[in-house]
Design a protein around this ligand. Structure first.
Ligand SMILES: *Cc1c(COP(=O)(O)O)cnc(C)c1O
Length: 717
């Protein structure tokens, strides 16, 4: 049932290279696969497994005779082997010594099991929707680099999140292509008889069967559960079809699978975690299943003691203050699902169980909230930035009525990004030469980043220009594809060649189109915007990308508005819409833009991470003082603060204030600085901001630092 790869002998190591997602942050390995077949590489979304399975035997034979290529294969393979085998912790200096100590303790205790409904590792494994997933992916990669014993548990969605196209009116259409798992960077988990391992969980009226796929992410392993099995009904097979699709019933089944099924999968694999990390509330049934097993075992624990016991090894990260981010079910629904999970004799515990998830204890009709359940079954809880920690303590204070708001047990660990994934080749080279030969092994060391001050002007400017040109080429290529798909006329295709000016100040805005992110804020005053974009000496251009959830009409209307602006004569070629935002689009944007724009309604942005990716590539942030940027921003030095942190009760007032602030920044600070050139045409002042951004932002805002914080403060806590 599983396609075998037949490779000529010298190319055999390509198999292991392809099936370990380490390639996704190793450009030299990616180069091997794109060299095999450039077209296949592109059309497969840079998927090495697809390339190997579909490359012509003739081409492979030819490469098997190519000594230089074979030597490169051997080198990449050896380098992967070394990476996998080393016992060291992946950091140098003092941070490295602290890490080694912590690792020794964790290895004694057992691995971290990290549960997440989405993982964003690479565009060829589309099981993520946005920031939450990309954060989980970056966490997994850093855990691997740092050598933390780590397994991830998620779901293997057949269609993933949707694929976006826009019609000529700018109306969003969602497509759900079925992926061929045989061509993806995953392999089935087999039992002793070499047959796929199949497990099950009880759901009302039936058993839900599931198989497990394994994705190797460097040294970390991801286990992805899949219900598409003949033994399930069609409806149950579809449970792992879409991420965030279906209705409430789909959602609770998915969460039963992730939580209850996830715990059973770990047991079947003989993995005994010392920490269960719930990334968002989706997996909160983990605690219920673990407690159930303890009260069912001999000798058995009481329900309360079982909850106390499992809480000792559970930790929880909450990711958003926005209500839609917290799953709620009616008490009846929960009872219906718990009835089949617990034996009849154990139903007497239901009042206690329900109590743990009730959002408002005294309300007759209170819903059961997965976040509340997670908060009540974790020994440590955290938000994802300093402000988000405060906002979360306020938001959930009512669960601890006897505590003052500062005592609510939710702390914070600010999010970061995986540097090797998000740094362009040009900046990687600059860092290697001017910061440290092993800069990525000292990411959190402010001393090495102080050297960013000394990066020579010409080199820095050249690297910025290269990144921007790569983005422009990519954008033109993608827009032409989009237009071809819509059968647009030849002149509409030809026109794209003139889109985007490599010398113009380039702004990027890309994210999920949730209304609180205020994607259209910059369109509030079209005339003022047109004057900024079409300035005769100081032109500005903006690239937009993002998906609105198919049920979210408001988000789709915002997106449509931007698309329609992009087709108006005064904005054509200046406001650019890039379809189907994914990690590939994201990567190009964060590497190539001069300014990253982020203007959600404060204080609703939990952290935001895209701006951190921009910082790794010498780009600058112009953002609301919320989430990570409130911690990263220094005035007149490394970027700009929209609205200066002022909060208004009235939404309209907030929007007006922030829009005005944004325009004023663009008119009086950002464009003047970008276009203030010396005699060589280089913007010295701008590059000083860029150096300052690298100096101040890279060390604190990366996932190596973040995962070390989790290890130190939470996993070993
Ligand atoms: C980094 C990233 C995000 C996170 O976006 P923020 O709005 O900064 O939180 C979302 N989607 C993709 C594809 C990303 O690469």
């Amino acid at each position: 049932m599983f396609q075998t790869l037949k490779l000529p002998s010298p190319l055999k190591p390509l198999r292991q290279l392809a099936y370990n997602l380490k390639w996704s942050w190793t450009p030299s390995t990616q180069a091997l696969f794109s060299h095999i077949d450039q077209d296949l590489w592109q059309t497969s979304r840079n998927n090495p497994v697809t390339v190997l399975l579909n490359a012509s035997p003739k081409r492979l034979e030819e490469l098997a005779q190519d000594t230089a290529f074979c030597q490169q294969v051997a080198r990449e393979h050896e380098s992967l082997q070394n990476y996998l085998q080393t016992q060291e912790g992946g950091l140098e200096g003092e941070a490295g010594q602290a890490l080694e100590k912590n690792l020794a303790v964790l290895r004694e205790r057992g691995p971290v099991a990290y549960f997440s409904a989405e993982f964003g590792l690479h565009e060829s494994l589309p099981i993520y929707a946005g920031g939450l997933g990309v954060l989980a992916g970056d966490h997994t990669k850093s855990a691997s680099d740092l050598n933390i014993p780590f397994v991830g548990i998620g779901l293997m969605y057949r269609s993933g999140y949707f694929e976006q196209t826009l019609d000529t009116e700018g109306q969003q259409h969602a497509e759900f292509p079925q992926r061929n798992f045989q061509e993806m960077c995953i392999q089935p988990v087999l039992n002793e008889k070499d047959q796929p391992l199949i497990l099950d969980i009880p759901l009302p009226g039936r058993s839900l069967f599931f198989g497990i796929w394994k994705a190797q992410v460097g040294r970390s392993t991801l286990y992805l559960l899949d219900t598409q099995l003949d033994s399930n009904t069609d409806l149950d097979q579809a449970l792992t079809s879409q991420l965030y699709g279906g209705d409430t019933s789909t959602r609770i089944c998915q969460e039963m699978l992730l939580g209850v099924g996830g715990v059973r999968a770990l047991q079947a694999l003989h993995i005994e975690p010392s920490v269960y990390h719930l990334n968002e509330g989706h997996a909160a049934f983990v605690g219920v299943e673990r407690a159930r097993q303890m009260i069912s075992a001999e000798p058995s624990l009481s329900f309360k003691d079982a909850i106390t016991a499992i809480t000792r090894s559970q930790v929880f990260t909450t990711h958003t203050p926005v209500p839609a981010g917290h799953d709620r079910f009616t008490v009846e629904t929960i009872q219906e699902y718990m009835k089949v999970l617990f034996s009849e004799e154990q139903h007497k515990y239901f009042p206690d169980l329900i109590d743990m998830g009730l959002e408002y204890k005294d309300h007759m009709n209170s819903m059961f909230c997965m976040t509340v359940l997670a908060l009540h079954t974790a020994r440590a809880c955290n938000g994802v930035s300093k402000i988000h920690g405060e906002v979360s303590r306020k938001m959930w204070q009512h669960l601890w009525p006897s505590k003052a708001v500062e005592e609510v047990p939710i702390g914070h660990i600010t999010n970061g990004v995986h540097a090797a994934t998000w740094t362009s080749q040009s900046f990687h080279d600059l860092f290697t030469q001017h910061i440290d030969r092993h800069w990525d092994r000292q990411l959190g060391n402010p001393e090495i980043w102080a050297k960013a001050r000394k990066i020579p002007t010409e080199e820095l400017w050249k690297a910025r220009q290269t990144c921007k040109q790569e983005l422009i080429d990519f954008a033109r290529y993608r827009i032409q594809l989009q237009r071809k798909k819509r059968n647009e006329p030849a002149d509409a295709l030809a026109e794209v060649e003139g889109f985007l000016n490599p010398d113009a100040l380039t702004i990027g805005f890309a994210r999920r189109f949730a209304p609180y992110k205020r994607a259209t804020l910059i369109l509030s005053d079209p005339e003022r915007l047109a004057a900024i974009l079409n300035h005769p000496e100081k032109p500005v251009q903006i690239l937009f990308a993002g998906k609105a959830h198919p049920h979210n009409r408001e988000g789709q209307a915002l997106l449509q508005k931007i698309y329609q602006y992009s087709r108006m004569p005064e904005f054509s070629g200046k406001i650019i819409w890039l379809e189907n935002y994914d990690m590939a689009v994201g990567r190009h944007l964060v590497k190539g833009v001069d300014v990253w724009l982020n203007n959600p309604t404060p204080p609703q942005e939990a952290s935001g991470t895209s701006g951190q990716k921009v910082g790794l590539n010498g780009g600058l942030n112009c953002s609301i003082l919320d989430g990570w940027w409130d911690e990263g921003y220094t005035k007149e030095s490394n970027g700009w603060a929209i609205g200066e942190g002022q909060l208004f009760d009235q939404k309209d007032q907030q929007n007006q204030h922030d829009a005005n602030s944004l325009y004023t920044l663009l008119e009086t600070k950002i464009t003047p600085l970008f276009y203030d050139r010396d005699e060589q045409g280089i913007p010295q002042g701008w590059l000083n901001y860029s150096r300052s951004a690298m100096e101040s932002l890279i060390a604190p805002f990366n996932t190596h630092r973040m995962v070390c914080d989790y290890l130190n403060d939470i996993y070993l806590g």
